[in-house]
Design a protein around this ligand. Structure first.
Ligand code: FRU
Length: 492
C-alpha cells in the first residue's frame, strides 16, 4: 500500500472494520513483537506523552497513528500502571477531532491539579494548501479517566519571528506559577525553547526564549523537558540539525541533555558549566520525556525509534516501542540512567555466571529465550566480545577493549539490516583497564544496554531470525566474568 497524504490523513472513522481486522492479523503474525516493552497495539508509536502520577496510578500516553507504520493522523494512546512495569492499555484517549487539532494531536505533557490531571499538547492543523498551524491546547482528565478538551487554545499562535514549528509543551509548576516550555524555530531557522507562564492554566503569557549557555542548537528543538535531578536542573531535548562540532552524534537527530547549575523560568534563564551530551549512545533513542515524580524520583521514558527511518516491522503494520522506565541520578557531575527498581519484578529463572576465559575457551548461554536480563562484570585485558542474539554467524556484537578503553556496539550483522546510512556501529569510551559492568535488557527486537550502572546507555533495535537466541562471551587474552542471567516475564 502506498501511504500517500490522503491515506495518512483519512478520517479515522472512515477505515472499515475489515481493514482494521486485516491490520491486526498482520501484526499478530509479526516476528519481533515484544514481551515486556510498551509497543503499539497497531500502527506507529512515537513520543511518550503525559507521563505523570495521578489518582494513585502512573499514567503514560504515547503518540500513535493506529492505521499503519507511518506518521499519519496522530492520537494519544493511554496506559496506566500501579508499578511502572505492568501497563494497562486504555485505548485512544485524545483524537484529532476538533478544528484546532484536525491534523494530529501532537506531543505534550500532564500535571495533576487538585483532583484532575491537566494535559497540555499541540494541535497540528493544515489548511488546503498544506500550510501548518500549531495550537497549544488543554484538556482535563478526571479520576474516571474521562478526558475533556478545552474549547479554545491556550496559546493560539507562535510569537512574531517564529515559524509554525511550535510544539511539545512541557508543563511544570514552579514558585506558585505554571510554566510551559515549548519547542520552537525562529524565522532565521534556529532551534529555541520558548517559556510561557500562567497563574491559572487559562491565560498564558510569553516570557521569552529560554536563554541557554549554548548557541546554535540546530534548526528546530523538539520535545524540551526540564527536570530536577539530585537538586540540579537538567534540560533534555532534541536539537534537530545540531552542528557536529558542538556534539558528535550519528543518529539522524540527537536526543541530548545538559546539566544546569541554575534554572529560573521567571527570568528565562538556564545556567550551566557542563557540556552537552547524548542521552543515549545507541542507535534508536528520541523524544525522551522526564518528570519529577511525587515519590522523589526523577523518571524518564524514551521513544525507541527515530523519525524518517524505515524499520523492518513496517511490513507487519506496526513500528517502534517505548523504553523501560528509567530513573535519573547525578553523580560526580554526570547523569546516570537506570531502569527503575520495579523492573526486578519481571525476573524469573536465574542462572549464576562465574568463570575465567582464555583465548581457547568461550562462555555459551543457550537458553533459547528472547526476553532476559544479563548483568555481568568483566575483568580482563586485551579485547573481548559479547555476542547477543547470536546463531554463530549473525549477532549483535559488543566489543570491549580494556587497554584502549573502548566499547563498540556493532549492529552490522545483527539480522535484517536497516538504517545503515547512519552507520552500523556506535563507540563509547570506558575507563581503561577497569572492570566493566554490563547490564543488558534484551526483548525480542530491542536491547537496552547500561554500562557501569547507567553511566552510559546504548539502546538499539535489532531484527534477528528465530535462530538468533544464543549468547557467546569470548576474549583474545584473559577474561574473568561474574554475574547473573534472568529470564524475564512477559507483560504483553
Ligand atoms: C517528535 C515529534 C514531535 C511532535 C510529534 C508528532 O518525534 O516530531 O515534535 O509533537 O513527534 O508525532
Amino acid at each position: 500500500m502506498e501511504w500517500n497524504r490522503a491515506l495518512r490523513y483519512k478520517n479515522l472513522n472512515e477505515w472499515s472494520e475489515e481493514e482494521k481486522k486485516h491490520l491486526l492479523l498482520q501484526i499478530e503474525n509479526s516476528p519481533w513483537r515484544l514481551h515486556y516493552h510498551i509497543q503499539p497495539e497497531s500502527g506507529l508509536l512515537n513520543d511518550p506523552n503525559g507521563f505523570s502520577f495521578f489518582n494513585d496510578e502512573w499514567h503514560l500516553f504515547y503518540q500513535n497513528y493506529p492505521m499503519g507504520p507511518v506518521h499519519g493522523l496522530k492520537c494519544w494512546y493511554h496506559l496506566s500502571s500501579k508499578d511502572l512495569i505492568h501497563w494497562k492499555g486504555k485505548g485512544l484517549a485524545i483524537l484529532p477531532d476538533t478544528e484546532y487539532d484536525s491534523h494530529g494531536c501532537y506531543s505534550g505533557s500532564a500535571i495533576p491539579v487538585e483532583d484532575r490531571l491537566f494535559i497540555m499538547y499541540t494541535g497540528n492543523v493544515r489548511d488546503k494548501n498544506w500550510n501548518r498551524f500549531s495550537y497549544q491546547l488543554g484538556a482535563w482528565m478526571d479520576k474516571k479517566g474521562r478526558i475533556s478538551k478545552l474549547k479554545t487554545p491556550l496559546i493560539a499562535k507562535q510569537p512574531e519571528n517564529y515559524t509554525d514549528h511550535f510544539r511539545d509543551p512541557q508543563i511544570i509548576r514552579y514558585h506558585n506559577s505554571y510554566y510551559a516550555l515549548i519547542g520552537a524555530q525562529t524565522k532565521q531557522k534556529e532551534g529555541n525553547i520558548l517559556v510561557y507562564q500562567s497563574k491559572d492554566l487559562k491565560n498564558w503569557e510569553f516570557n521569552g526564549p529560554l536563554e541557554l549557555p549554548l548557541k546554535n542548537l540546530g534548526y528546530m528543538i523538539e520535545c524540551p523537558n526540564i527536570v530536577w535531578v539530585d537538586q540540579k536542573p537538567v534540560l533534555i531535548f532534541c536539537p534537530q540539525g545540531l552542528d557536529q562540532n558542538i556534539l558528535h552524534y550519528q543518529n539522524i537527530y540527537p536526543n541530548t541533555y545538559l546539566i544546569g547549575d541554575t534554572f529560573d523560568p521567571e527570568k528565562n534563564r538556564f545556567e550551566s558549566k557542563y557540556l552537552l551530551h547524548n542521552l543515549d549512545e545507541g542507535f534508536d533513542i528520541y523524544a525522551t520525556q522526564a518528570f519529577n515524580a511525587p515519590d522523589g524520583r526523577t523518571l524518564a521514558v524514551s521513544w525507541i525509534g527515530l523519525p524518517e527511518i524505515d524499520y523492518p516491522t513496517d511490513q507487519y503494520g506496526w513500528a517502534h516501542c517505548l523504553s523501560l522506565i528509567k530513573e535519573l541520578k547525578i553523580q560526580d557531575g554526570h547523569l546516570y540512567q537506570f531502569p527503575v527498581k520495579e523492573t526486578e519484578s519481571l525476573r524469573g529463572r536465574k542462572i549464576e555466571l562465574d568463570g575465567v576465559l582464555t583465548e581457547q575457551t568461550q562462555l555459551i548461554l543457550n537458553q533459547n529465550e528472547t526476553a532476559y536480563e544479563l548483568e555481568i562484570i568483566l575483568k580482563g585485558n586485551g579485547e573481548g566480545k559479547l555476542q547477543l542474539a547470536s546463531d554463530g554467524h549473525q549477532a549483535l556484537n559488543l566489543i570491549f577493549n580494556f587497554a584502549d578503553g573502548t566499547l563498540v556496539l556493532d549492529r552490522s550483522h545483527a539480522g535484517i539490516p536497516f538504517a545503515q546510512q547512519y552507520g552500523t556501529s556506535r563507540t563509547v569510551q570506558i575507563p581503561k583497564n577497569t572492570p566493566l559492568n554490563l547490564h543488558i535488557f534484551m526483548d525480542a527486537s530491542v536491547v537496552e544496554i547500561f554500562l557501569n550502572h547507567g553511566h552510559d546507555v546504548l539502546t538499539s533495535r535489532l531484527f534477528p531470525s528465530k535462530k538468533q537466541t544464543k549468547i557467546f562471551l569470548e576474549t583474545n587474552h584473559h577474561l574473568a566474568y561474574n554475574g547473573n542471567y534472568w529470564s524475564l516475564h512477559s507483560i504483553n
